[in-house]
Write a protein that binds this ligand. Structure first.
Ligand code: MEV
Length: 426
């Protein structure tokens, strides 16, 4: 392939068709590749073109459903968008086990977000603080003028806090505007409010404002969820012991805690994506919260009850919305929200917390017993067989052989296919 010059300007001004044409020439695309680009799925051309810049196509992922979830005595079917095999089945399994002792119990969540305003170059921080404090009502009033509807519905800016930080460029005063965002994720309104009050904040403080942006560390929007997992259904006392040991491992070791939390996020991110929410915001908030006490730690905790059943709990910031952003624009996100049958962003966060907890228990149960690979094998072996060029009618046979011999590899799949063609006995 020829060298590419990536300095391309004005690409965004072209129509999608012309962008695709340019791509076809640039990379000498095959008919099959062109067909992939031309398929926007359920998006219209204008819908997909208005979502991001420089759009050339649409990228699909599977949408699966997790079952058996009972959360605060209500049943849910949970849509999940994820590419990893076994995750959806694992969540459903853990949720089924949790049902025996009443399912999941999630606390109420407050949809409160923080928007940060960074004030620099202050001559006297104490004087600036006093002056800002004196005009608090006026500052909140300006912020709330940005979204009268939010106000009418009972949300809006409710308070602000001031934090002094020491930096290598001197002391800074950081304002935290505290906002009740109700059913939104909240980034838009938090950013708009912060920008709207900044000129007044500069005037009052005599400093220079730079950043005005939401904090994705949503410490006021914490989801807490709990469930009891039956000892026998988990696989007996040894498995419960294994889970407790896995938990201690994660508590003591950030290398393990990272993977522990990755398992939790398998579920939460899949639901976040399915509902058109911002996966990066959720990830950033979760991992930051996990490290808040100084050491990166697990987001779940475990103990046993007097009968030896596993009591599992999760605590995680979850800034999820059901209005705004992509939630109402993306046709699949709308469908996902319909399947969820929820009435508020808080309810969505409760479901997400339960899903994260179920996902974690399922992963630890597998790790503490048969290991994680067994569950992955069936689907993975089929994919490997397909990649090896095995025809549809032989996929089952080849995939089974890969699993049986515990060699789920491309070269082995090709070898098996050859042996079938040579009429060898497998
Ligand atoms: C894999 O996607 C997730 C796990 O690694 C989580 C864990 O180790 O707890 C299985």
């Amino acid at each position: 392939m020829k060298e590419i010059d990536s300095e391309i300007s004005g690409f965004y001004k072209l129509s999608i068709e012309n962008r695709q044409k340019m791509l076809i020439d640039l990379f000498n695309l095959t008919q099959e590749e062109i067909r992939l680009l031309e398929n926007f799925g359920y998006f219209t051309t204008s819908q997909i073109d208005s979502l991001i810049e420089n759009v050339v196509g649409s990228y699909q992922l599977p949408l699966g459903l997790a079952f058996n979830f009972k959360i605060n005595d209500k049943d849910y079917i949970i849509p999940m968008v994820i590419e990893e095999p076994s995750v959806v089945a694992a969540a459903s399994n853990a949720a089924r086990i949790a049902r025996k002792h009443g399912g999941f119990h999630s606390d109420e969540i407050k949809p409160i977000m923080i928007s940060q305003i960074q004030i620099t170059k202050l001559e006297d921080i104490e004087v600036a603080k006093k002056s800002l404090q004196k005009s608090k009502e006026e500052i909140l009033k300006i912020a709330n003028e940005q979204d009268p509807t939010l106000n009418k519905l009972g949300g809006g800016a409710i308070d602000f806090e001031m934090r002094e930080i020491d930096t290598q460029r001197g002391k800074m005063l950081i304002i935290h505007l505290i906002i009740n965002v109700l059913d939104a994720m909240g980034a838009n309104i938090a950013n708009t409010m912060a920008e709207s009050i900044s000129p007044y904040i500069e005037e009052l403080s005599g400093g220079k404002v730079y950043l005005r942006i939401i904090s994705n560390l949503a410490i006021h929007r914490i989801a807490k969820c709990k469930a009891i997992f039956d000892k026998e259904l988990l696989g007996g006392e040894k498995v419960v012991e294994g889970i407790l040991n896995a938990y201690e491992f994660a508590l003591a070791d950030p290398f393990r805690a990272t993977t522990h939390n990755k398992g939790i996020m398998n579920g939460i991110v899949a639901l976040t994506l399915a509902t058109g929410n911002d996966t990066r915001a959720i990830e950033a908030g979760a991992h930051s919260y996990a490290a808040l006490k100084g050491q990166y730690s697990p987001l779940t905790k475990f103990q046993v009850d007097s009968d030896g059943n596993l009591i599992a709990e999760i605590e995680i910031p979850l800034a999820l919305g059901i209005i705004g952003g992509m939630t109402k624009i993306h046709p699949m996100a709308r469908l996902a929200l319909k399947i969820l049958n929820i009435k508020s962003a808080n309810e969505l966060s409760k479901v997400a917390a339960a899903l994260g907890l179920a996902q974690n228990v399922a992963a630890l149960r597998a790790l503490a017993s048969e290991g994680i690979q067994e569950g992955h094998m069936a689907l993975h072996s089929r994919n490997i067989a397909k990649l090896a060029g095995v025809p549809e009618n032989l996929i089952e046979k080849v995939a089974n052989k890969l699993v049986e011999d515990k060699k789920i590899r491309l070269d082995y799949a090709k070898e098996i296919l050859k042996r079938i063609h040579n009429n060898e006995n497998l």
